[in-house]
Design a protein around this ligand. Structure first.
Ligand code: FES
Length: 137
């Protein structure tokens, strides 16, 4: 079997489990890395042993930049990517409302076994926001 047909087979297997949107974000993640002059950041290792990092740049109560990094699975990459897109331009009270349920909704669903990946991501976001709030006091 040639590389292309193997790739097609893998993709069609993935599409049975993951939404098009989740696959797209896992394969082309946005905003990967760390913001050098972040004023809110967090790093959490989940029960699966994977780590998620989130850094935020907040100006006048609005998140103007967000980046993530993870050594976790494809779902955690998709969740990190969508989270950075969702929080950009949001004010702190709005960003605090972004929970794992919201991430799953925006990704058009995640398999049951990967829900903890979205929880790890939203917990990291919340911790990064709280870190900002502690320093802003
Ligand atoms: Fe660990 Fe998804 S399995 S973050």
């Amino acid at each position: 079997m040639g590389f292309e047909s193997v790739e097609k087979m893998v993709m069609s297997e993935m599409r049975k489990v993951y939404s098009e949107k989740a696959i797209e974000h896992a394969m082309n993640p946005r905003n990967v890395g760390r913001i050098k002059d972040a004023n809110g950041a967090a790093r959490i290792t989940g029960s699966c042993g994977d780590t998620m990092e989130m850094s935020l740049k907040v100006k006048n109560g609005e998140i103007v930049e967000a980046k993530f990094w993870t050594d976790g699975c494809g779902s955690s990459i998709a969740c990190g990517s969508i989270t950075t897109e969702l929080v950009k331009g949001k004010r702190i009270p709005e960003a605090l409302k972004i929970d794992s349920k919201r991430l799953i909704e925006v990704l058009d669903g995640l398999p049951e076994a990967d829900i903890h990946c979205s929880v790890l991501t939203s917990n990291t976001l919340q911790a990064a926001i709280k870190d900002y709030m502690n320093h802003a006091k």
